[in-house]
Design a protein around this ligand. Structure first.
Ligand SMILES: [Zn+2]
Ligand SMILES: [Zn+2]
Length: 769
């Protein structure tokens, strides 16, 4: 459409999207100045408002440039323009922000230090040479320093640092990169960095460079707690096997992989194989941890990620990281600053207390962290990224719902890998990764963050949404929020709804939900589910055959118990399963057998996650796990890229016309092949292919039966890149449209968003009736 709209000589524009904390007002000022336009721009809590006047063509040109030339971190959703009478204004100004309690809008998440700031950081002639808090309008902290909206220095933790004359000059100079940069500071006026050994020891003497001292300690194999953007990291030399062991011992984290930080893409390539898609992700301004394949001559210690073929690597994202890595000269382990399963420490006093036994020294600063954000973790499947953990750099950007919710609501999420979601209208603010709701500290983190979100985004929920599981802590929390109504959503329905909703899909689809465990509507443990679902409801049309799960949740750490459960279905297959029990004491076996026979804490389960554990145990990968999913991850690593043909994994229809995939013959085939001396790697690959082929076959059949052409994949098992890719390809070859999680994780981190999508759909249907 090329019809020119008549533009008056003055106009009011309202811009929504990520337009605060991204240098948007200075950008607008420059655009207007360049075109000789007068008027003003200001932030409100809901949008950026602009009034301009001048020649009509210049206004039209301004309107065009507003979207085409927007700053790097901005994401414009909508621009509304209305004509105004000209008032004879002659200058353009940035006005103070207006507080508007009725409006809510997103802010940019934190962004990695930009190239211009990085260059200044290492330029001896620059006044910010080696200044660990260098930022500009294109980079630096946002959500980790913000206390309230609209985004202005006085509502961030930078409030404590009044601008010196030089910084103030930059702040007010339209030609400066730091024009209206709310985090602007320098060595004269900004936050201070120091090194402290232990709680009572003094900080670094003024003459000593805290970074050089920290690097020296790291080189000597010591552990340094580093206060970063969203919380503390524990750092050690990643190439020093004994330093990594020391960190594991102190953190009581025997085998769970550690992430590694390097300064440049080239340094990453010295450790892992980096594909073009992975390189894009690594160097993105979000700077997540990316799981990539380790190369044979990598120098990082093998104990970084025992048993796995991948290493999680991220690039330095704060000036402090750049300085520390430059001084150290080799990759650093950068793992969350906490003891085992607690939330990461964010305050100096908290770190000095909780991390006292873990770190030998503390690299501290006095810029308070207002929001706790772990590093985000992603991996690439096919050519597209999958979230393993969505936090710093991504959260809490809203993921809009396809249905407007008639009332504000809060969805409290899952028990493990918890997040929550706040909804107002179609806006869904998905929180960062909170953690497993299994200890008091994580519960407090949940409550604090929810409080912050309610204040920041001005949402007072009237409806709470929770899981169906009656005993979950999250279910109790939902009851204590004071909402007038509570809606319960089945776990796997939430998984599928999350995928449908992020794609804006409101029709019916065949959902394949594969994960560890979720409470089924028959009271049993679900986890290998085929659902015909839309956002408002679902019918279960197929599932993995039920097997006893002795010990319930405890079985997640004991793959051999899962195999024992399968054995109970048909004791004649015992010889094929023998390798799974080789390391297990006789009395433990006898105890579990009694447990199964007496139905004692032995729910029936259709869990795909546990099936992967069982296969790992039968292939001799491991029969006891240190963390949930360990056996399955090692099984994926063992399979590697080997091409293998699938083994039979047939489905049959039960008396009530529900399809059942029976894994017993597949497990027996694996066990027998091992006994014949078959290659375990090839068998691990064949297992992946078999599950993918069997699942795709059944999904296609169920979809055809119901006349459905769309399939949605959700649940933690789809973090397995091979399973994910093969199922997707097989379904697409059959002409089906496949929806996969892109903006949120396949795992339980997406449950709160799925719960919110279901509740919004139900509530809007009630309003219509
Ligand atoms: Zn910058
Ligand atoms: Zn200054």
């Amino acid at each position: 459409m090329n019809v020119p709209t008549p533009v008056p000589a003055a106009a009011r524009l309202r811009v929504t999207g990520v337009v605060q904390g991204v240098g948007f007002r200075p950008f607008v000022h420059r655009l207007a100045a360049r075109r000789g336009l007068a008027g003003w721009v200001r932030n409100t809590a809901g949008e950026v408002q602009i009034e301009i006047e001048g020649p009509a063509e210049a206004i039209a040109d301004f309107r065009r440039a507003l979207e085409c030339e927007a700053p790097t971190l901005a994401h414009i959703e909508r621009v509304e323009i209305e004509p105004l009478p000209a008032m004879g204004r002659t200058a353009f100004e940035i006005r103070p922000s207006a507080l508007d309690p009725e409006r809510r809008q997103p802010v940019s998440p934190d962004a990695a230090v930009c190239a211009a700031c990085e260059a200044e950081l290492f330029d001896p002639g620059n006044r910010r040479y080696r200044y660990p808090f260098i930022t500009c309008t294109d980079c630096g902290p946002r959500f980790t320093v913000i206390e309230a909206m609209p985004y202005d220095r006085e509502r961030t933790s930078m409030r404590e640092f009044p601008l010196c004359p030089e910084c103030s000059r930059e702040y007010h100079d339209p030609a400066s990169r730091r024009y209206h940069s709310e985090t602007n500071s320098c060595p004269d006026c900004g936050p201070r960095l120091w090194l402290q050994r232990g709680v009572t020891a003094p900080g670094t003497p003024p003459d000593d460079d805290p970074i050089a001292v920290a690097a020296r300690l790291l080189r000597a194999g010591q552990i340094v707690a580093v206060r970063g953007l969203g919380g503390f990291h524990l750092a050690c030399d990643a190439t020093n096997e004994s330093a990594v062991h020391l960190l594991r011992a102190r953190k009581q984290r025997e085998q769970k992989p550690f992430a590694v930080m390097v300064r440049t893409l080239e340094q990453a390539r010295a450790q892992v194989l980096v594909t073009p898609a992975e390189a894009r992700l690594l160097t993105s301004r979000e700077r997540p941890i990316v799981l990539m394949r380790r190369i044979p001559d990598a120098t990082v210690a093998p104990s970084i990620a025992p048993g796995l073929d991948t290493v999680g690597v991220m690039l330095a994202y704060t000036p402090l990281h750049h300085l520390l890595l430059a001084a150290a000269g080799w990759p650093l382990v950068m793992t969350s600053g906490n003891a085992s399963e607690e939330p990461i420490a964010i305050r100096n006093a908290d770190a000095l207390g909780r991390l006292a036994g873990l770190a030998d020294a503390f690299l501290l600063h006095d810029r308070e962290i207002t929001g706790r954000y772990d590093d985000s973790v992603l991996r690439i499947a096919g050519d597209a990224p999958i979230f393993v953990r969505r936090a710093r750099g991504y959260a809490p950007l809203p993921v809009d719902l396809p249905h407007e919710s008639p009332v504000p609501l809060v969805a409290v999420g899952a028990h493990l890998k918890n997040t929550f979601t706040l909804v107002h209208g179609r806006r869904a603010w998905v929180s960062q990764h909170i953690g497993d709701l299994e200890n008091l500290e994580t519960l407090e983190h949940f409550q604090e963050t929810l409080r912050d979100f309610r204040r920041l985004f001005r949402v007072e929920p009237e409806v709470a949404v929770r899981d169906l599981h009656p005993a979950y802590l999250s279910s109790r929390i939902a009851g204590e929020l004071g909402c007038r109504r509570i809606i319960s959503v089945q776990h796997h329905h939430a998984h599928i709804a999350a995928v449908l909703a992020e794609h804006g899909y409101t029709g019916r689809a065949l959902g394949v939900a594969f994960d560890g465990t979720g409470y089924g509507d028959d009271g049993l443990v679900w986890g290998g589910e085929f659902l015909v679902a839309d956002l408002a409801g679902y019918t279960r049309v197929g599932h993995l055959r039920y097997a006893p799960l002795p010990g319930g949740d405890a079985a997640a750490r004991a793959p051999w118990r899962v195999v024992r459960g399968y054995l109970a279905l048909d004791p004649t297959v015992a010889p094929a399963f023998a390798p799974a029990f080789a390391q297990v004491e006789q009395h433990a076996l006898a105890f579990v057998d009694q447990q199964i026979a007496a139905h004692l804490n032995t729910p029936l389960a259709s869990s795909m996650g546990r099936l992967f554990d069982a296969a790992a145990a039968i292939l001799g990968v491991r029969s006891v796990a240190q963390y949930e999913g360990q056996a399955a991850m090692e099984l994926e690593a063992l399979a590697g890229n080997r091409p293998e043909e699938p083994l039979p994994f047939p489905a049959r229809q039960t008396a009530d016309a529900i399809w059942e995939l029976d894994p017993l013959p597949l497990l027996v085939a694996l066990g027998e092949a091992v006994a014949r001396g078959g290659d375990r790697g090839a068998l691990a690959a064949a297992f992946h292919e078999s599950v993918a082929a069997g699942a795709a076959e059944l999904a296609a059949r169920c979809a055809a039966d119901r006349g459905l052409t769309t399939v949605a994949l959700g649940g933690g098992c789809f973090q397995n890149a091979r399973l994910h890719e093969v199922i997707r390809r097989r379904l697409e070859h059959r002409g089906l449209r496949v929806l996969v999680p892109r903006r949120l994780s396949p795992n339980d981190g997406a449950i709160s968003y799925g719960q919110a999508a279901v509740a919004a759909a139900l509530l809007s249907r009630e309003v219509c009736q």
